[in-house]
Design a binder for this molecule. Sequence first.
Ligand code: ATP
Length: 625
Amino acid sequence: MNDSQSEPALDSTSAETDSAPTSARLRILWSFARPYLSALLVALLLGLLTSAMVLASPLVTEWVLETLAVGGSLRDPILILLGLLVLGAAVGWFQWVLLGRLAEDIVYDARRRMTLRYLGSRVFDLLRHSPGELVTRTTSDTVLLNQAASSSIIGLINGTVTLIGSLLLMAWLDLPLLLATLGAVALVFVCFAVLMPRIAKAEEKAQAALAGLGTEVEGTVRAVKTVKSSSAESARYDAVMIHAAESRRQSMKSVRTQAAAWTISGGAMDLAIIVVLGFGAYRVSLGEMGVPTLVAFLLYVWGLMGPMMELTQNLTTLQSGLAAAGRIAQIEKLPAEDSALEVTVTGQADDSLRRAEERLVVGGPSATPVGATQHEAASGTPVVELRDVTARYAEGAEPAVVGIDLQVPRRGHVALVGSSGAGKTTVLNLMLRFLEPANGQLRLHGMPYEQLTHAQVRRAFAYVEQETPVVPGTIRQNLLFTNPQASAEDIEAVLERLQLAQKIQSLPDGLDTPLTETNVSGGQRQRIALARALLARPEVLLLDEATAQVDGITEAAIQQTIAEVATVGAVVTIAHRLSTVLDADEILLMDGGQIVDRGSHVDLMGSSGLYRELVAALRIETQAR
Ligand SMILES: Nc1ncnc2c1ncn2[C@@H]1O[C@H](COP(=O)(O)OP(=O)(O)OP(=O)(O)O)[C@@H](O)[C@H]1O
């Protein structure tokens, strides 16, 4: 039994992180930056060097002016100024590149981990989330995170150092003038302290609206045919635009507040310059200070805006980054299929990434196929077996199937039939280990599923879904992703057999044409899925027949595929067609989550009223066609 099905799922409302204390959010953010500590330290050092050069320039300027006043040689101070300029530019360039790379490394690493977490998570826990929401977390949240975890940390430190350094040097140059400036500096700080939280809140809300926008657009595009055929464009437009309008409203709030903050602070600093100029000129006239000192002081006042801007901008970035880090960290709540796939999205000082990559990407030793031993083959051990299996989709929910006993022989065709909701798809979900049983056991070649990895179990199967979704990529990639080793001859033969060769030749790039919903028909897409299953040479082919009408060629292709595979391996179908039922070696009749009868078509026609009803319905459907 696997009771971990009840673990909390990812919180789609983000309410938890929103209420998390800043210290917890900072810890999450830091966990993203920590692996790059050495690069961060170098960037910080370079930043401090730049600050030192920025701070030194006015003093050297003062020296130039003083030298000019006494008629000395300007060579040394000018050379030093030029040296500072060149060195500052070089250090600034290097720091820029270093921070840019650091930011990209952080975002790349986060995306890598998130993708592995999605791929390794339990199917139905992942499906509970809207793809749009997961897309936003992987794309835009990671961008907010990278800025916060790299440049904003450095920017905050640099800004603080430059600001404090400037103030100290200004105090050293002339204390009374500094006191006259401090009023303006204090006004700027109060202004930002009051307005910044509002800016951050608005940006956070704009980001949340963006996630909603992604979800709505994604859902609308995906269901565009239903939307159009039900003339629901207006309703979908409204649903999308609510989020777009909210994003604009919040962003405008942020823009207005930022404009106010910058106007007030810019005005305050301009005022400070006028005060310093007036008061400074007065003190020069009294002989209490020299013109060079006044100029140097003014340069510091002009320069003050720089670190203050740096501090406030980076504080805003940090705020958005903290919220994004919180949302990204929630991905860790997606329950993994097994512990080896529990990639930590934060706190990267572990080897979970390597473990998961070995499992999912390079297919380590765990993906070794489980074959039947000669003894098992001889003794007729079923390839797949369900023993008294009960399963539910969520803790506390009604079981979807109860006490299922079922054996799939190594060769032949087993058909599952039953009305809608009878539990047929659930049986396939269990076989593919998308769902864990609450009770009972599944076995592959006599080996309990618990002793095998998910990859080992799945290697035995090829699964043709009813809706056969298009996996992004070319037709060739779609055909080969279960068996990349299939030869060109194999592909050609399978395409010929399923009457796809001509269609594919007619496409502009043949097999290398991207597969989309529009360049092949539904039936052709289904045949491509069958071709993929045939190329995989599975031990067990699982086929969920389309309930909707399929074209004659596709129906014949399905028939042929089942017949061919059943002679060399096992086929389990969810049968929605009379012909499929008639072909089956064993039919399992399901009702209310249980197998209520089993046998051949002839047996069941004699023994089961429910079966006769189902067959009558299929017959009517067939005749109607
Ligand atoms: N993802 C899911 N989450 C929760 N309950 C589910 C889920 N999938 C199926 N169920 C429930 O499990 C039960 C069995 O459903 P299942 O899909 O296995 O039936 P089915 O026989 O395949 O039906 P159909 O022919 O309509 O596909 C139903 O009560 C269904 O509501």
